[in-house]
Design a protein. Sequence first.
Length: 264
Amino acid sequence: MKKRIVIGNWKMNLTVPESTILVEKLIKSLARVSNTEMVICPTFLDIYSASKELRGTNILLGAQNLFFVDEGAYTGEISPVQLANFVKYCIIGHSERRINFGENDKMVANKVASAVAHGITPIICIGDTLHEKRDGLSKVVVMSQLETALSYLTESEVSDIIIAYEPVWAISTSGGMVCEPVDAEKMAKDIRSLVSALYGKKAATDVRVLYGGSVKDSNAEGYAKIKNMDGALVGAASLDYNNFTKIVIAYDKLASSTRKESTK
Ligand code: PEP
């Protein structure tokens, strides 16, 4: 069984000096965590300095996006080749990229395949908008996003990726409505059922499924208790080292008590 994982998505926040200070604080406050993987995803500008600071610590580094071509005339983009030496993970298909930058499911699939081909583990974000939820389309939309995102992967590759269910309506900056743990758990079950149908039971068991959407210190324990989910993708609260540390500790404490049910 893989370790559970808590990932901080810093989005377009912090200058390089501010990022350096936050990394220093996290290194100290998380030094004793051993049962939970921890990842921070700063902006591209901060990745190089963060990679040096984090060397030899228990905190790993991720990017927030990548483009699916190795090099060339793609102004403003960054390639998996450029990232591969610095990051282990990359967030792909975040709702903010889908909504603000027109990323569609096909682009997400290409990015996922390209990350995997370069040894970067994709954290694939899938989620329903408030409109889709109100229209009763949540499951259909999320499953369709997932199926397309996985299009170019093999069974063993799917086993190693991370899928983050992030209901757009529950993300703090988009209204921050509450997604109850029981509802996140239902979606995680549907996600594993689809993975099982497409890639087999082993992939469905091995793949890590996270919840993301307004996770913070005060509600982390509730999300950490969700059976068959493997961690959290945290946005706003990850910018506060104290809050992020408490979230990680909530997951770490319950590290061995989840994933008791079968995946089907
Ligand atoms: C996110 O944007 O990935 C996210 C989960 O944000 P927040 O925790 O702020 O809702």
